[in-house]
Design a protein around this ligand. Sequence first.
Ligand code: DOR
Length: 438
Amino acid sequence: MTALLIRHARILLPDGEFLVGDILIQQGKIVEIAPEITEPDHTTIIDATGLTLLPGVIDPQVHFREPGLEHKEDLFTASCACAKGGVTSFLEMPNTRPLTTTQVPLDQKLQLASQKCLVNYGFFIGATPENLPDLLTTNPVCGIKIFMGSSHGALLVSREAEIEPIFARGDRLIAVHAEDQARIVQRRQEFKGITDPAIHSQIQDETAALNATKLALKLSKKYQRRLHILHLSTGIEAEFLRENKPSWVTAEVTPQHLLLNTEAYEKIGTLAQMNPPLRSPENNQILWKALLDGVIDFIATDHAPHTLEEKGKAYPNSPSGMPGVETSLPLMLTQAMAGKCSVSQVSSWMSTKPAEAYNIPNKGLIKPGYDADLVLVDLDNYRPVLREELQTKCGWSPFEGWSLTGWPVITIVGGNIVYERGKLNTEVRGKALQFGDN
Ligand code: DOR
């Protein structure tokens, strides 16, 4: 592996300050950061004048569909999208086929990922009402995923009597998709026959989200169990957490719940349909405030691709979910450049905090000894999200046409350039992530 010297970059340091200077990478690790570094032998030089160097994004909630649903996405196409979007590590969800609910399908996914993934990878184990022993012993996993609602079949664990034993045994991180399934089922009946996709936000309403978040928090407190609340979507949940969140609980929000709202149904129809659903513009504001105040800890995309053909079905037969890994960083950096937050906050939410929350060692900061998972972004120019440039197999984005800055120019995984100015290096392979005490 050759050494890499990045010159004249605006480097984000762990204290949130920037240094214009050089960074030396050897054996996949950051070795030195200084205003000027003398070039060692056999070094590839990158002139990064005018570009900003950030830690690679760690996306802690994605659905990459392999094995079993490769017509929507697979680990190769998804990881190409990651590389283009500056995402150097991801944590992937268990609703693939077979479901990732025991050691054997986890091993299969790890094997596939080692062959196909351009970036680093980690996987959740999915809870079912029956696999408690597997939840305790399957390795390596970043945590246990519980679909309290919005799922079906074996992965749905919606009743308190089924959920409580999972909180009661073991000490692994539990990540919840918090929606109240009983309420959703009842409201589906009430609103039956309506095909306007905007009804989705009313069926799976704010109360459905709040009920499940409250239940998960109650059980987490009872057992002092490490809990992570996935894709928080409502202001009422955020305000509830503001008053009731213990130190061992974290929460995330998606860029789409910050930047899109129910008005999107008029423009993009079922492409705006996801779980938990988009909410009103007022919710966008409250979620932003909670993120800025630290009530919400970090950002995940919930990248959940479906084909345009599938999305073209009339509601409620259209599937929920939207892709996100190749737009998340520019979306958030565009907000930073508009003054909504700072670039270092974006990096903290998208790299440092996910690494801390999931105990991923040596990632999420630009620091000597840390892994060289990095992204050089251009914060001067704006370019639109174009369908024809997307790498995700599903081939669409809810943000098409949005003019964004902060697009990755170069993405580096383990010291290897995996993406540079529109070109992927598909020879690069990421590694399986390690997790501390999860
Ligand atoms: O909208 C969603 N779709 N939300 C989820 O949490 C799951 C996902 C999927 O897998 O399609």
